[in-house]
Design a protein around this ligand. Structure first.
Ligand code: NAD
Length: 284
Protein backbone atom coordinates (compact mmCIF):
# COMPACT_ATOMS: atom_id res chain seq x y z
CA UNK A 1 0.00 0.00 0.00
CA UNK A 2 1.36 3.42 -0.91
CA UNK A 3 1.83 5.91 1.91
CA UNK A 4 -0.52 8.82 2.41
CA UNK A 5 1.45 11.92 1.51
CA UNK A 6 1.18 14.70 4.09
CA UNK A 7 0.92 17.98 2.20
CA UNK A 8 2.87 20.50 4.29
CA UNK A 9 2.39 23.27 1.76
CA UNK A 10 -1.41 23.09 2.02
CA UNK A 11 -1.26 22.70 5.81
CA UNK A 12 1.01 25.74 6.14
CA UNK A 13 -1.23 27.81 3.87
CA UNK A 14 -4.32 26.94 5.92
CA UNK A 15 -2.49 27.75 9.15
CA UNK A 16 -1.23 31.07 7.80
CA UNK A 17 -4.78 32.03 6.86
CA UNK A 18 -5.94 31.30 10.41
CA UNK A 19 -3.00 33.29 11.80
CA UNK A 20 -3.88 36.28 9.58
CA UNK A 21 -7.45 36.17 10.93
CA UNK A 22 -6.21 36.16 14.52
CA UNK A 23 -3.79 39.02 13.77
CA UNK A 24 -6.62 41.09 12.34
CA UNK A 25 -8.81 40.32 15.37
CA UNK A 26 -6.00 41.32 17.74
CA UNK A 27 -5.57 44.61 15.89
CA UNK A 28 -9.30 45.36 15.87
CA UNK A 29 -10.11 44.36 19.43
CA UNK A 30 -6.91 45.15 21.36
CA UNK A 31 -5.16 47.63 19.07
CA UNK A 32 -1.88 45.73 18.88
CA UNK A 33 -0.06 44.47 15.81
CA UNK A 34 2.25 41.49 16.39
CA UNK A 35 5.80 42.49 15.44
CA UNK A 36 8.82 40.36 14.54
CA UNK A 37 12.40 41.64 14.39
CA UNK A 38 14.94 39.55 12.50
CA UNK A 39 18.60 40.31 13.13
CA UNK A 40 21.05 39.43 10.39
CA UNK A 41 24.80 39.87 10.86
CA UNK A 42 26.90 39.83 7.70
CA UNK A 43 26.06 39.15 4.08
CA UNK A 44 25.58 35.40 3.74
CA UNK A 45 23.41 35.09 0.58
CA UNK A 46 21.33 32.13 1.85
CA UNK A 47 20.64 33.95 5.14
CA UNK A 48 19.61 37.07 3.22
CA UNK A 49 16.99 35.03 1.33
CA UNK A 50 15.68 33.40 4.55
CA UNK A 51 15.42 36.79 6.26
CA UNK A 52 13.63 38.35 3.30
CA UNK A 53 11.14 35.45 3.19
CA UNK A 54 10.40 35.82 6.89
CA UNK A 55 9.68 39.53 6.40
CA UNK A 56 7.35 38.84 3.47
CA UNK A 57 5.53 36.12 5.44
CA UNK A 58 4.98 38.57 8.34
CA UNK A 59 3.60 41.24 6.06
CA UNK A 60 1.24 38.77 4.36
CA UNK A 61 -0.11 37.81 7.79
CA UNK A 62 -0.70 41.50 8.58
CA UNK A 63 2.16 41.59 11.10
CA UNK A 64 4.75 44.30 11.65
CA UNK A 65 8.21 43.22 10.54
CA UNK A 66 11.66 44.74 11.01
CA UNK A 67 14.92 43.50 9.57
CA UNK A 68 18.05 44.66 11.34
CA UNK A 69 21.10 44.18 9.15
CA UNK A 70 24.40 44.56 10.98
CA UNK A 71 27.83 44.56 9.32
CA UNK A 72 29.89 41.34 9.38
CA UNK A 73 32.45 42.98 11.71
CA UNK A 74 29.84 43.73 14.42
CA UNK A 75 31.24 42.91 17.87
CA UNK A 76 29.53 40.68 20.45
CA UNK A 77 28.84 43.74 22.64
CA UNK A 78 27.28 45.65 19.74
CA UNK A 79 25.07 42.70 18.80
CA UNK A 80 23.93 42.15 22.38
CA UNK A 81 23.21 45.87 22.81
CA UNK A 82 20.99 45.83 19.70
CA UNK A 83 19.12 42.77 21.02
CA UNK A 84 18.54 44.51 24.37
CA UNK A 85 17.04 47.48 22.52
CA UNK A 86 14.64 45.13 20.73
CA UNK A 87 13.75 43.51 24.08
CA UNK A 88 12.59 46.97 25.22
CA UNK A 89 10.75 47.89 22.00
CA UNK A 90 6.96 47.70 22.57
CA UNK A 91 6.27 47.26 18.84
CA UNK A 92 8.34 44.07 18.77
CA UNK A 93 6.94 40.83 20.25
CA UNK A 94 9.39 38.39 18.66
CA UNK A 95 13.16 38.66 18.20
CA UNK A 96 15.03 36.22 16.01
CA UNK A 97 18.74 36.04 15.28
CA UNK A 98 19.39 34.55 11.86
CA UNK A 99 21.91 31.71 12.29
CA UNK A 100 24.69 30.98 11.66
CA UNK A 101 26.40 34.10 12.99
CA UNK A 102 29.89 35.02 11.73
CA UNK A 103 32.51 32.87 13.44
CA UNK A 104 33.86 35.57 15.77
CA UNK A 105 30.45 35.87 17.47
CA UNK A 106 29.14 33.61 20.24
CA UNK A 107 25.71 32.32 19.19
CA UNK A 108 24.88 30.76 22.53
CA UNK A 109 25.56 34.02 24.41
CA UNK A 110 23.67 36.13 21.86
CA UNK A 111 20.58 33.87 21.96
CA UNK A 112 20.55 34.03 25.75
CA UNK A 113 20.27 37.84 25.62
CA UNK A 114 16.88 37.67 23.87
CA UNK A 115 14.12 38.08 26.43
CA UNK A 116 12.51 34.60 26.91
CA UNK A 117 9.11 36.24 26.29
CA UNK A 118 10.28 37.43 22.85
CA UNK A 119 12.22 34.28 21.94
CA UNK A 120 10.04 33.09 19.03
CA UNK A 121 12.59 30.45 18.00
CA UNK A 122 12.32 28.73 21.38
CA UNK A 123 16.12 28.45 21.62
CA UNK A 124 16.57 30.45 24.85
CA UNK A 125 17.78 28.20 27.71
CA UNK A 126 14.77 29.23 29.81
CA UNK A 127 12.34 28.09 27.12
CA UNK A 128 14.37 24.94 26.38
CA UNK A 129 14.25 24.20 30.14
CA UNK A 130 10.50 24.75 30.27
CA UNK A 131 10.06 22.32 27.37
CA UNK A 132 12.18 19.76 29.23
CA UNK A 133 10.09 20.26 32.35
CA UNK A 134 6.89 19.70 30.35
CA UNK A 135 5.68 23.26 30.99
CA UNK A 136 3.70 25.44 28.62
CA UNK A 137 6.32 27.33 26.58
CA UNK A 138 7.48 28.61 23.20
CA UNK A 139 8.44 25.56 21.17
CA UNK A 140 11.01 25.58 18.35
CA UNK A 141 9.28 26.12 15.01
CA UNK A 142 10.38 23.05 13.03
CA UNK A 143 9.41 20.35 15.57
CA UNK A 144 6.23 22.30 16.34
CA UNK A 145 5.44 22.12 12.62
CA UNK A 146 6.08 18.36 12.61
CA UNK A 147 3.63 17.87 15.50
CA UNK A 148 1.01 19.84 13.58
CA UNK A 149 1.50 17.66 10.48
CA UNK A 150 1.19 14.46 12.54
CA UNK A 151 -2.00 15.79 14.11
CA UNK A 152 -3.72 16.88 10.92
CA UNK A 153 -2.80 13.56 9.30
CA UNK A 154 -4.51 11.80 12.21
CA UNK A 155 -1.43 9.81 13.27
CA UNK A 156 -2.00 8.26 16.68
CA UNK A 157 0.79 9.12 19.12
CA UNK A 158 -0.18 7.85 22.57
CA UNK A 159 1.81 4.75 23.53
CA UNK A 160 3.52 4.54 20.12
CA UNK A 161 7.23 4.03 19.46
CA UNK A 162 8.78 7.22 18.10
CA UNK A 163 12.35 7.31 16.83
CA UNK A 164 14.08 10.62 16.11
CA UNK A 165 17.30 10.54 14.09
CA UNK A 166 19.33 13.63 14.95
CA UNK A 167 20.03 15.27 18.31
CA UNK A 168 20.48 18.97 17.49
CA UNK A 169 19.10 21.62 19.86
CA UNK A 170 17.09 23.05 16.96
CA UNK A 171 15.31 19.92 15.75
CA UNK A 172 16.18 16.51 17.23
CA UNK A 173 16.11 17.18 20.98
CA UNK A 174 12.98 19.40 21.11
CA UNK A 175 11.29 17.00 18.68
CA UNK A 176 11.90 14.09 21.05
CA UNK A 177 10.59 16.09 24.03
CA UNK A 178 7.41 17.09 22.20
CA UNK A 179 6.72 13.48 21.23
CA UNK A 180 7.35 12.43 24.84
CA UNK A 181 4.90 15.11 25.98
CA UNK A 182 2.29 13.42 23.79
CA UNK A 183 2.99 10.05 25.45
CA UNK A 184 5.11 8.42 22.76
CA UNK A 185 7.93 6.10 23.84
CA UNK A 186 10.87 7.99 22.39
CA UNK A 187 14.32 6.93 21.19
CA UNK A 188 16.87 9.51 20.02
CA UNK A 189 19.42 8.21 17.50
CA UNK A 190 22.51 10.05 16.28
CA UNK A 191 25.79 9.66 14.43
CA UNK A 192 27.25 7.37 17.13
CA UNK A 193 24.19 5.11 17.46
CA UNK A 194 25.11 1.45 17.04
CA UNK A 195 22.87 -0.58 14.72
CA UNK A 196 20.63 2.34 13.75
CA UNK A 197 18.36 0.10 11.66
CA UNK A 198 17.36 -2.00 14.69
CA UNK A 199 15.93 1.19 16.23
CA UNK A 200 14.29 2.70 13.17
CA UNK A 201 12.55 -0.57 12.25
CA UNK A 202 10.66 -0.45 15.58
CA UNK A 203 9.35 3.05 14.92
CA UNK A 204 5.65 3.75 14.46
CA UNK A 205 6.72 7.36 14.01
CA UNK A 206 10.11 7.95 12.39
CA UNK A 207 11.51 11.47 12.22
CA UNK A 208 14.67 12.07 10.21
CA UNK A 209 16.61 15.28 10.91
CA UNK A 210 20.11 14.49 9.71
CA UNK A 211 20.94 16.32 6.48
CA UNK A 212 22.01 13.35 4.34
CA UNK A 213 20.17 12.68 1.05
CA UNK A 214 18.64 9.22 0.67
CA UNK A 215 19.87 8.13 4.11
CA UNK A 216 16.62 6.54 5.30
CA UNK A 217 16.06 3.53 3.05
CA UNK A 218 12.99 1.29 2.83
CA UNK A 219 14.64 -1.50 4.83
CA UNK A 220 14.94 0.89 7.81
CA UNK A 221 11.19 1.54 7.92
CA UNK A 222 8.42 -0.45 9.64
CA UNK A 223 5.40 -1.17 7.46
CA UNK A 224 2.71 1.47 8.05
CA UNK A 225 4.98 3.90 9.96
CA UNK A 226 4.56 7.67 9.78
CA UNK A 227 7.82 8.93 8.27
CA UNK A 228 8.56 12.65 8.63
CA UNK A 229 11.47 13.95 6.61
CA UNK A 230 12.95 17.11 8.13
CA UNK A 231 16.16 17.01 6.09
CA UNK A 232 16.89 19.64 3.47
CA UNK A 233 19.66 18.71 1.05
CA UNK A 234 20.71 19.86 -2.40
CA UNK A 235 21.65 17.26 -4.99
CA UNK A 236 22.49 18.46 -8.53
CA UNK A 237 20.74 21.74 -7.80
CA UNK A 238 17.55 19.98 -6.63
CA UNK A 239 16.20 20.03 -3.08
CA UNK A 240 15.59 16.65 -1.44
CA UNK A 241 15.20 15.23 2.06
CA UNK A 242 16.91 12.47 4.04
CA UNK A 243 14.45 9.79 2.98
CA UNK A 244 14.61 7.59 -0.12
CA UNK A 245 11.17 8.88 -1.06
CA UNK A 246 10.18 6.52 -3.89
CA UNK A 247 11.09 3.32 -2.02
CA UNK A 248 9.85 4.39 1.43
CA UNK A 249 6.53 5.49 -0.06
CA UNK A 250 5.80 1.81 -0.73
CA UNK A 251 6.35 0.80 2.91
CA UNK A 252 5.28 3.75 5.09
CA UNK A 253 1.72 4.58 6.17
CA UNK A 254 2.36 8.33 5.93
CA UNK A 255 5.22 10.30 4.40
CA UNK A 256 6.15 13.97 4.04
CA UNK A 257 7.68 15.14 0.75
CA UNK A 258 10.71 17.43 0.39
CA UNK A 259 10.08 20.10 -0.74
CA UNK A 260 6.52 20.74 0.37
CA UNK A 261 6.52 18.90 3.70
CA UNK A 262 8.05 20.17 6.93
CA UNK A 263 9.78 23.20 5.33
CA UNK A 264 6.67 25.37 4.81
CA UNK A 265 5.49 24.55 8.34
CA UNK A 266 8.58 26.08 9.95
CA UNK A 267 7.82 29.61 8.77
CA UNK A 268 4.11 29.19 9.58
CA UNK A 269 5.07 28.25 13.15
CA UNK A 270 7.38 31.26 13.39
CA UNK A 271 4.34 33.44 12.64
CA UNK A 272 2.31 31.46 15.18
CA UNK A 273 4.97 31.93 17.87
CA UNK A 274 5.07 35.69 17.14
CA UNK A 275 1.28 35.95 17.30
CA UNK A 276 1.21 33.99 20.58
CA UNK A 277 3.97 36.20 22.03
CA UNK A 278 1.89 39.29 21.16
CA UNK A 279 -1.21 37.73 22.75
CA UNK A 280 0.77 36.85 25.90
CA UNK A 281 2.13 40.41 26.12
CA UNK A 282 -1.44 41.58 26.80
CA UNK A 283 -1.53 39.59 30.04
CA UNK A 284 1.77 40.90 31.39
P1 NAD B 1 22.70 19.17 12.67
O1 NAD B 1 23.80 19.03 11.69
O2 NAD B 1 22.81 20.10 13.82
O3 NAD B 1 22.34 17.74 13.26
C1 NAD B 1 22.34 16.59 12.46
C2 NAD B 1 22.14 15.40 13.35
O4 NAD B 1 22.19 14.24 12.54
C3 NAD B 1 23.21 15.26 14.41
O5 NAD B 1 22.58 15.21 15.68
C4 NAD B 1 23.88 13.93 14.11
O6 NAD B 1 24.16 13.15 15.26
C5 NAD B 1 22.88 13.22 13.22
N1 NAD B 1 23.56 12.36 12.25
C6 NAD B 1 24.49 12.72 11.35
N2 NAD B 1 24.92 11.63 10.68
C7 NAD B 1 24.24 10.59 11.16
C8 NAD B 1 24.26 9.19 10.88
N3 NAD B 1 25.05 8.69 9.95
N4 NAD B 1 23.43 8.41 11.57
C9 NAD B 1 22.60 8.91 12.52
N5 NAD B 1 22.55 10.21 12.83
C10 NAD B 1 23.35 11.05 12.16
O7 NAD B 1 21.42 19.53 11.80
P2 NAD B 1 19.98 20.14 12.17
O8 NAD B 1 20.09 21.61 12.31
O9 NAD B 1 19.34 19.35 13.23
O10 NAD B 1 19.23 19.86 10.79
C11 NAD B 1 19.06 18.55 10.31
C12 NAD B 1 18.49 18.58 8.92
O11 NAD B 1 17.20 19.21 8.98
C13 NAD B 1 19.31 19.39 7.91
O12 NAD B 1 19.16 18.82 6.64
C14 NAD B 1 18.63 20.75 7.94
O13 NAD B 1 18.81 21.46 6.72
C15 NAD B 1 17.21 20.33 8.10
N6 NAD B 1 16.37 21.35 8.71
C16 NAD B 1 15.18 21.57 8.12
C17 NAD B 1 14.30 22.49 8.64
C18 NAD B 1 13.00 22.69 7.96
O14 NAD B 1 12.38 23.73 8.10
N7 NAD B 1 12.49 21.69 7.23
C19 NAD B 1 14.65 23.23 9.76
C20 NAD B 1 15.87 22.97 10.40
C21 NAD B 1 16.72 22.01 9.85
Amino acid sequence: MAARIIDGKAAALALRERIAERVSELKNTKGITPGLAVVLVGEDPASQIYVRNKGIACQKAGMHSETIILPAETTQDELEERIRELNEDPEIHGVLIQLPLPRHLNEEKALAVISPEKDVDGFHPVNAGRLLAGQNTVSPCTPKGVMHLLDIAGVELEGKEAVVIGRSNIVGKPMALMLLQRNCTVTICHSRTADLRSHTRRADILISAIGKPGFVTADMVKTGAAVIDVGINRVDGKVCGDVDYAAVQEIAGWLTPVPGGVGPMTIAMLLMNTLEAAERSLNE
